[in-house]
Design a protein around this ligand. Sequence first.
Ligand SMILES: [Zn+2]
Ligand SMILES: [Zn+2]
Length: 191
Amino acid sequence: MRFNAGEGMKLLTLRLEDIREKSVEIATQIPSTAFPVLSEMIHSGEVILTSPVSVEISAAHEFDHVRVSGRVSALVRLPCSRCLAEYEERIDTTFLLFYTRAQTAEGVEDEEIELSETDLVSVPYRGEEIDLIPEVDEQIVMELPLRPLCGDDCRGLCSSCGAELNVKECGCRRSVPALAFSTLNDLKINT
Ligand SMILES: [Zn+2]
Ligand SMILES: [Zn+2]
């Protein structure tokens, strides 16, 4: 389920007219279905959203560009990469984007330009409106952990019997700690 532009769902659109003389603040909650990449991940089961996406934006015209600073947050459920149990985490990140009027002819896509090493991105726009959805979508997706962990001390699954070690100790002799222990003993013997 996705909103498409044809339906007139302008959930996060900046009208240049509105920021000509003053900055504009937007604070809103947007359903995850409005974000294409995020919806794709939800659809494939990589992440579950347990809240709408909260977006706070401050936009202003500045020199030859539009400066958009903002914050995006949402509650997500992720499968822990170690113990496979689902856990909840809050995604919360701030961002700063610069929108610059596209120089190329209609239909030719400008590339995003990395302005420096500090994550500043210049995004091209055309026309009199800027749809902020694609960039905010990217901000959320970038913030999702590549290797989700339910906690730093997650003990994961037993490599021999598959028991959930966070729940109970299974009693198996597991290769990794056993190896570390014998190395330590060898050292003691040699000294
Ligand atoms: Zn875990
Ligand atoms: Zn075991």
